[in-house]
Design a binder for this molecule. Sequence first.
Ligand SMILES: *[C@@H]1O[C@H](CO)[C@@H](O)[C@H](O)[C@H]1NC(C)=O
Length: 360
Amino acid sequence: MLLLPLLLKATLLRLASGSYHPFYNGFYYNHIMNDNDDGQDKVDYFNGARLVVETSRDPVYSYNGANVTLPCHYRYEPDLGPKRKIRIKWSKLRDDFTKEQDVLVAIGKTYMAFGDFKGRAHIHQASRHEASLVITDVRLKDDGKYRCEVIDGLEDENDVVDLRLKGIVFPYQPPRGQYRLNFHEAEHVCQDQGAILANFNQLFQAWSEGLDWCNAGWLADGTVQYPIRLPRKPCGGVHLAPGIRSYGPRHRHLHRFDAFCFSSALKGEVFYLDRPAGMTLEEAKQSCQDAGAEIARVGQLYSAWKFLRLDRCSAGWLADGSVRYPIVTPRANCGPAEPGVRSFGFPSKGRFGVFCYRER
Ligand SMILES: *[C@@H]1O[C@H](CO)[C@@H](O)[C@H](O)[C@H]1NC(C)=O
């Protein structure tokens, strides 16, 4: 009675730790690529039937704290009947495509989730040939590509689906000024702002929505890039088309740049507090606490501006010691003609209001 679960567990573990060999598993069998133009489905023929695995071609969008289902279905052509014992393996591709991260493996109703996905991932099987993955309480770093792999005996087929988080990219410079962060420090400053280092997709999306920033910043894959809408001399020259300028991969310890951080929708709210005479940073932190909240981080202010349309033409302290304010509807005496989060930098003195964050 005890043996079966143990055996299953051992098999699941073996499945998980094995590196991914899509086309060679120690046996030879006839492998025929299908001739669809899109080249997405990879199929093998066995017993005269072929196994086909399909996910969604369109990216699946979600946000911080939500539950999401990554669809995956398989089928046999022709159908081999209802009872086949298959294994399902979900893994997450890394930004740099080096190693995959195990997410979950399943045989029948038994499954195991791994690492950060423990307790947050399970298989959704509403229909007979479904192998969809459910991730609960989605986190910023869940953004990326996932491989759904179905194994039936020697047959091993897969397809890849893209999970994208709705969010906002913002450039970050620490108080000490421009180009002070190596890769690891860039990771940390984004985390301190309630965000993570952006990936290329996210920066590209931000650029297509209008982000123009003439300082190079780290991305999650260890490359350094910057988004330019309006070509100009100090930003790659006037003859280069608008786009993402790239310095390529840089040395993660030695080279120093700014950071591009990514923050998603908020679980809570951001609000503004002030006193007639303004506040120091310390007083500002205290008044947020008195209101049952905490001083907002930069990523939370950007998220509130983008997703909750927070508009406030008064400068307020944030947790990192910077002073900023969010403008959705540009108007006189509230900064430039475009919407955005305005920054006064990191004032060493002065009295301001404060932006607080409270979880719902
Ligand atoms: C996500 O799913 C869990 C468990 O199924 C549930 O408790 C929670 O309320 C869901 N969260 C959202 C945001 O729907």
